[in-house]
Write a protein that binds this ligand. Sequence first.
Ligand code: ATP
Ligand code: MG
Length: 431
Amino acid sequence: MTNKHLPQIISPDGHAISLSAVSDNAIKIIQELKGAGYEAHLVGGCVRDLLLGRIPKDFDIATDAQPEEIKSLFRGCRLIGRRFRLAHVRIDGEIIEVATFRTTPSCADDVDDDRTHITDHGRVLRDNVYGTQEDDVLRRDFTINALYFDPQEQSVTDFVGGMIDLEKRVIRTIGDPLERLREDPVRMLRAVRFAAKLQFDIDPSALSATAELASLLLHVPPARMLDEVIKLFHGGYALRTYEMLREYGLFRYLFPFTEQCLDGVTPNLSSLALANTDTRIQLDKPVIPAFLFACLLWDPLQADIHKLQDGGMDSRRAWSIATADAVRDQALHVAIPKRFVLVIKDIWALQPLLEHRSPKNINRLLANKRFRAAYDLLLLRAEVNEINSEIAQWWTRIQEANQQERESMIRGLRVSAPKRGRRRKRKSRAA
Ligand code: ATP
Ligand code: MG
């Protein structure tokens, strides 16, 4: 990507950005940087969202000032990141990311090699090489993510045809898709994320490159995959994202064991869990990644338990081995931090207890700190007819009931429970 582009400058009457939608703090930082003689612009997702009339999640600034220079200008500035040195400037509790223009290794003709490194698969590991604004454009992923906005001039700078692509509603890589997606395979997931969120199409050449390169996701470190999975599924458009990931053959690189259990019947537990997450986000209710993992891995877990039991293992041992295996194997693809593992296993462990509704356990279960998440999974299981919906309804009712009604519901369980004979004592080892 050595060909240099002449930028198109779009004046205020050629775009729809209203300054009132821009963070005052971001404007202040840009004024300060420009006052000190540097270039500074809003860039990336915030410009894209402003142009589309959406509220940006956050505001990022790109500048030719180097991190140390940025730090010396702002009191509330912290330099972060090992892979990329970035400045975080905090004003009035708002954190604005200020990044120095960077270049991709292929644009950096005169850099020494220890600052960049490309793996056998063509993936760029480190690209902390400073450059010009033009270099900074070309290292970005998609044309719609590479627009710059200067709040003082109120002008948009477009080097790569991003404005046209925004109008056409298409996600197009900057440069050759095969090269850009190989360089960073996570961009395949990002394309889907933006396409689902904005209801844009992915450019056909990027789609065919994705079909060719999807398996490169196997080489992305699981920790980075986790970051991306959370962005994919906690952005408010999880269901659409999931459907596109499946359509483009990417889901199998995120959740291979889940993919194996999908039999084409919809809705399934995964799609219901993702739709449920979208609804919760819409209602401003909290969402936790552990719940999603618990739901997405539930079917492969069940398949595994059955396989072990079919092989003659007792159910308790089968459960314990299969749950440990499920998180361990999944974590080879998408990291699962220990704190999530505990929650996932708790949500799973509560399922049989919620199903069996042993009268003496009910109050304890209701007070369990994972009850809500486990109940939510139980509802989804009822929805796919894995369990009797009467059980799920019973748990819904008991949460809404007062103390007296609760006691009566619990008594009702005793009456309707099938009479069991006295449990036989386990044979002692000695016997
Ligand atoms: P969102 O609204 O989801 O935050 P975003 O476009 O701001 O979307 P970020 O991940 O915050 O996405 O990244 C900010 C910008 O940095 C992007 O718009 C893009 O220009 C650039 N960028 C981020 N990740 C990559 C990547 N993997 N490859 C190339 N450019 C990237
Ligand atoms: Mg962003």
